[in-house]
Design a protein around this ligand. Sequence first.
Ligand SMILES: [Zn+2]
Length: 381
Amino acid sequence: MHRMYKQKCMEENRKPVSDEKYRSVFKEYNLGFYKPKKDQCKKCLSYSTMTEEEKALNKECHDKHINKKNDARKCRDEDKSLAKADTFILAFNSDLEAVLYTPKGSAGQIFYLRKLSVYNFTVYDLVTQDVDCYLWDETQGKRGSNEISTIIFDYVMAHPNINAVRMMSDGCGGQQKNSIVMAMCLQLLLKHPKLQVIDHKFFEPGHTEMECDSIHSKIKVKSKNVPVYVPEGWAQLIRDSRRNPAPYEVHTMTFDDFYDYKTLSENIIAKNKLPIQTICWLHYDKKYPDKIFYKTSFDQEEFTEVAVKKTRGRPKSLTLLKAYKATLPISVPKFADLQTMCKDNTITKGYHEFYNSLKTNKDVRDALAEPDFEEPDEEPE
Ligand SMILES: [Zn+2]
């Protein structure tokens, strides 16, 4: 459609806007694009358009991909029934929602102004169906692995009686499949009163099937035509997104809550020993605090074990420090845009103080938001 629009612009001698801009305007008018089905992943899509010859050449690789996809689904179902039968197992999946831009109005004129980013990390308990949403804005933390690690750590610690964790997450993007989250898992085994083992499995990229995804679309639907003026507005909206069996639980996170697992991981894990790209299953055992076990396919019989402890160089600090000492500044142009929305009362008066109090720093740059893998129509920042 963008192509048709561009052609029309050329015919009328006008300069067309970029594809991204076009998409965001389009979205603002609520028309929506055809969203590819979840199971139309890039790999599968390109395979389906190959000639018979090409297909024959790529068959082995493609079969592997499909098997991994099916096995991951089986794993999720297994975890669910295991945890149902054994109350000492905590089984959950978790994911970051696409950025929630704040304020969010129904008025079309504000879409091109920079807004405050709000992040929601959702955890879904496979047995109780409890949903915990952890919410923070860009002045309280980033959208990174320190934040995710802190939240998973807190979430598991809030279940003091369990002895096993079975968790699943998205296998792409590296938000959860990295040495930072690994360091957190080793830390959990060290600090949790009863926890013995952690199994962390990853969906095959392109075929993530998590309840978190449908939770996020529920929140998206709920937010249609509802204005949100400040980050706290999202908390209320998220709570209201479900009634049964219980409303979503919202935890507001502040800069003071987040820990620096990144530095810890650099000090304790020799990450070059792990084939991170191909790993689909990580296993941790309290009995082996310096080892990480992994599989690169779900039907691999035994785990491969790796001693990950760093042996070279001076011994580094094993103390876990806080990630931030203070709230984080936003960019100068973003502050100006937010002030514009205060002045023209897009943001109503009661909320001006919140926006006036935000810190700025000229070194902060607003990078274009990276579109999530399965959300090609993400609105750029
Ligand atoms: Zn696929």
